[in-house]
Design a protein around this ligand. Structure first.
Ligand SMILES: [Zn+2]
Length: 159
C-alpha cells in the first residue's frame, strides 16, 4: 500500500498525472533505483574499498555505496560487528542517515536496547586485524614519530 498504491494515487489526485506517468516514475523507477542501490551493498561493498577492521574478510568500506544506500556502505565494520545498530563506527556516521533515523526513534522512545561496540574494542580490533586505514589520528600531522612507525609496521603486517 505505502510502497506502490500511495505513490501512484497521490500524483494522480493532487497533480492530475496520468496513471502511466505516476506508475512509471513514482513507483517503478523509484523501486528499481532503490533495489539497485541496495544490491550495491552486497556487490560493490564486497569488492572496492578499504578494510580498517578486518583485512581477512571480503566486505569493505565503500564511500559511494554509503552515499547511495544512505549509510549502508560501511560494510567491513558491519561484518566485524553485525550486532551494532549503527553499522559504522561513530566517526563515519556523518553519512549514516539510517543510524540518525534509528537515533531519532530511540530519542522518542520507540527504539531501545540498541547494541553498539565500545571504541576501545573497535580500536583494539583495528590494530589486530585491520589494514591500517582509518585509525583515529593515524596519518595526522600531530602524530608522534613512534605512532607513525607503529602505523607502518601494522600496514606491512596486514598486507
Ligand atoms: Zn556483506
Amino acid at each position: 500500500m505505502i510502497a506502490f498504491v500511495l505513490p501512484t494515487v497521490i500524483p494522480m489526485y493532487f497533480w492530475e498525472e496520468t496513471f502511466t506517468n505516476s506508475w512509471h516514475v513514482a513507483v517503478i523507477l523509484r523501486y528499481v533505483y532503490s533495489l539497485n542501490m541496495t544490491f550495491l551493498v552486497n556487490s560493490a561493498a564486497h569488492i572496492w574499498g578499504n578494510k580498517p577492521y578486518d583485512n581477512k574478510i571480503k566486505p569493505v568500506q565503500n564511500l559511494a555505496v554509503s552515499i547511495f544506500a544512505i549509510g549502508e556502505g560501511f560494510h567491513n565494520y558491519h561484518h566485524v560487528y553485525p550486532w551494532d545498530y549503527r553499522t559504522a563506527e561513530l566517526g563515519n556516521n556523518y553519512l549514516n542517515l539510517t543510524t540518525k533515523i534509528l537515533d531519532f526513534f530511540a530519542w522518542i522512545g520507540w527504539a531501545y536496547d540498541m547494541k553498539t561496540v565500545s571504541s576501545d574494542i573497535v580500536q583494539t580490533r583495528m590494530k589486530r586485524t585491520g589494514d591500517g586505514t582509518n585509525l583515529w589520528g593515524w596519518g595526522d600531522k600531530c602524530q608522534s614519530e613512534e605512532q607513525k612507525r607503529e602505523a607502518i609496521v601494522l600496514k606491512e603486517q596486514n598486507h
